[in-house]
Design a protein around this ligand. Sequence first.
Ligand code: NAD
Length: 336
Amino acid sequence: MTSRPRILVTGAGGFIGHHLVRRLKNDGFGVRGVDLKYPDYEPTSADEFEILDLRKWDNCLQTTRGVDQVYNLAADMGGIGYITSYLADIFRNNILINTHMIEASRINGAQRFLFSSSACIYPGYLQKKPEVTPLKESDAFPADPEAGYGWEKLATEELCRYYRKDYGFETRVVRFHNVYGPLGTYDGGKEKSPAALCRKVALANDGDVVDIWGDGKQTRSYMYVDDCVEGLVRLMASDCHDALNLGTDRLVTIDELLGIIAGLAGKKLRIEHDLTKPQGVRGRNSDNTMLRDRLGWEPATPLEDGLRTTYLWIESELRKAGRLPALEKNARGKGV
Ligand code: NAD
């Protein structure tokens, strides 16, 4: 009987990494997690968990010992406010993690290495209108990615290609489009728009004003974390060597996103737009033609369903932290 592969998940203390570890354990694999920290909201289900700084070569060499597959999710990242504020640190931290991790994985004999890239690699010149044409994988060049974070992701995508060409190393590259769900950062500056809006709605009283970054007409598509994890597992098992979008193609404006969450919470809220804050590209959507073709599958969780689960989790965290005192006697929870 052959034993199942041993799998390493970097960034296993983070949002997607933590969910992925749980899924891989449920599937019966032996899993090692590694991160700078343990998961924030519940214990890891990994068999082993190492606290290591993966910017350091020796740590990458240590953590890749004896594994067959590597999901490399560790990254210095956050929402639009964060990634536009720390260009040098983000680029340097992530290029160190990724260059060391791919080489250490190869030297230690891993069979497959999956790199988590981002829709932030797509050129700004294709994302200037809210009613944007969905981005297909071949749109990445001529390059004009998001400063700092996006340039680093694109450089590491290329590095994966070079490792395959020069060493025959089996690499997989996924381009996530806005992942959301429970157990993700919802406060402190690194949170992304769905979590930030869930927090704002949960903390608001019926009739309050909620602030939105930008004019609210910018558009995005959002993928529930369970779909993200399913896509990761399918991509790793596939023979797809090309960078692949992983997201949904349902486009919503940020104002609409807030409207959905407020509706789930049973609150009527007024929106104030803060035009001094960064809002990222004007519109971004995923073209899933290649995803369907290569994986025979695409994310299917309806946005309303995923947001309901996410909102309820964030609301319960805020309640545990004693941050919802004024809300207990008003409309909280209606319709959720
Ligand atoms: P996250 O911030 O929750 O997780 C990343 C983890 O990496 C964190 O736990 C962090 O502590 C860890 N990390 C950072 N620096 C490290 C270091 N030097 N050594 C060891 N660990 C380190 O982010 P996430 O949402 O889970 O994202 C996972 C991956 O997916 C990242 O590569 C990210 O760039 C990519 N991605 C995510 C999204 C999204 O919508 N969440 C979108 C596009 C791409």
